[in-house]
Design a protein around this ligand. Sequence first.
Ligand code: G3P
Ligand code: MG
Length: 246
Amino acid sequence: MSKTKIFAHRGASGYAPENTLEAFALAITQGADGIELDVQLTKDGIPVVIHDETIDRVTEKKGWVKDYTLKELKELTVLKNKFPEYSAAKIPTLEEVLDAVKASGIQVNIELKTGIYWYPEIEQKVADLVKKAGMKERVIYSSFNHYSIQQMKKIVPEAETAYLYSDVILNVAEYAKNTKVDGLHPAVYHVKMADFLKEYLGSNLNVRVWTVNEKADMKWLIDAGVTAIITNYPDMAVQIKKRDVI
Ligand code: G3P
Ligand code: MG
């Protein structure tokens, strides 16, 4: 069977509200090897798992995550989601997610959301929680902010890291190697534009492609032997990997 790991993007977010305990639990049930999640900091400096810098899209309120305390965020329900059966889902803290998935043995790709707003000491706070959970060996840090990844490497030199990017970067594999980063996390749409996969796979870096939601792309990348695909539909990818469906 292919060595490609299946990572659930924001949990099994094709079936449950993204970045919630419910979506992560479902990912485990569906057989994912890992989960991907996004981390921001609250006003009181607590790492919380939410994709956007604002709460507008997933809650009934508006505003920046950084302007809400954890207590205030916990009073909100993740209302705006397309899955009525999960209407009670809340925004989880990173600590809650790590506690919830620890026993399953899955890997966790923590995406540091330091693109629009670079939260003070987010890298240290996240690293502390991972250490407290005893999950250092199972975590991969990624970010579109490559300085943030370098900051994480200063704090935890042995941490597994990866550069996220959505546009094409010239000689990206060489760049990652020169800056001692372990992996490349490119967007699927750009991997498909030209023969970039050859360069990436030839580099021996870990290559985890996002967000792979089409069956044909899943099959192509699994056959190519990428390290992982990051998908909203882990059940589909698991089936394709097992050759249960084509
Ligand atoms: O980490 C892969 C992917 O999640 C990056 O994009 O916007 O979904 O966080 P985004
Ligand atoms: Mg993400």
